[in-house]
Design a protein around this ligand. Structure first.
Ligand code: AP5
Length: 212
């Protein structure tokens, strides 16, 4: 299956992507993770580092090139889950074009919906284990003792507010784009992780059922 997770910062895309990908045996492709890895390795230009730290999007052509290359890898043949891409209509159009050239397409777009105040709390109290990439939350899923924790620079409250504004201004256009194509399923992202996972699999199962 080729899936997309759309949702605002802190909606739980990364958390749910790890569960869904493990169960379906497909890779999680997160443009945010790819950009952060490039930064750590010193490969991300300074202006893009600054954009990310300020809560702005990086240019479309940068992330489109990353996705074009990554989705050609052999581990993507059984499918993949795109986490945080596309975020704009031009990115969605580019994705459609590059997949159709390979005789392929996206099966389903899952949009996680969570109210703004909860998003803020989820992002600001998020911590990630640098060694394993495991995502924790200081209130909802506390890290174990000894975890090597990282607090993302873009998870400071003021930056999260900016990222939420950016999402609302730019990414919200994506939902009508996919809705018009009959590809969109909206998922209530409020509740514990297991409850949200169950809603995602219910949506996937109903999509895979043959129509009568
Ligand atoms: P990216 O890394 O994609 O960040 P994001 O979309 O803002 O999403 P987050 O990672 O903040 O949240 P999430 O939904 O994955 O939530 P999580 O599961 O961690 O992008 C970062 C930056 O990169 C962008 O700002 C931009 O600059 C750039 N970029 C990336 N892609 C781009 C693109 N396509 N175009 C242009 N620029 C791009 O959960 C959050 C917290 O909540 C965690 O602590 C978790 O433990 C907790 N949690 C999760 N689910 C639950 C639950 N059900 N109950 C309680 N707690 C929960």
């Amino acid at each position: 299956m080729r899936l997309i997770f759309v949702g605002p910062p802190g909606a739980g895309k990364g958390t749910q992507a790890k569960v869904v990908c493990a169960k379906l045996g497909i890779p999680q492709i997160s443009t945010g993770d790819m950009l952060r890895a490039a930064k750590v390795e010193g490969r991300l230009p300074a202006d893009l580092v600054a954009r990310m730290a300020a809560g702005a999007l990086v240019p479309d052509d940068v992330v489109i090139a990353l996705i074009d290359e990554r989705t050609r890898a052999v581990d993507c043949q059984p499918g993949f889950l795109l986490d945080g891409f596309p975020r704009t209509v031009p990115q969605a159009e580019a994705l459609e074009t590059l997949l159709s050239r390979r005789g392929s397409k996206i099966d389903l777009v899952l949009a996680l919906a969570v109210p703004r105040e909860l998003l803020l709390e989820r992002a600001v109290l998020r911590r990630t284990d640098k060694r394993t990439g495991q995502i924790y939350h200081l209130k909802y899923s506390p890290p174990p003792p000894g975890a090597d924790l990282e607090h993302r620079v873009d998870d400071l409250e003021e930056v999260v507010r900016k990222r939420l504004d950016t999402y609302e201004a730019m990414t919200a256009e994506l939902l009508p784009y996919y809705e018009a194509r009959g590809m969109l399923r909206r998922i209530d992202g409020v509740g514990n992780v297991e409850e949200v996972t169950a809603r995602i699999f219910a949506a996937l199962d109903s999509t895979r059922q043959p129509t009568r």
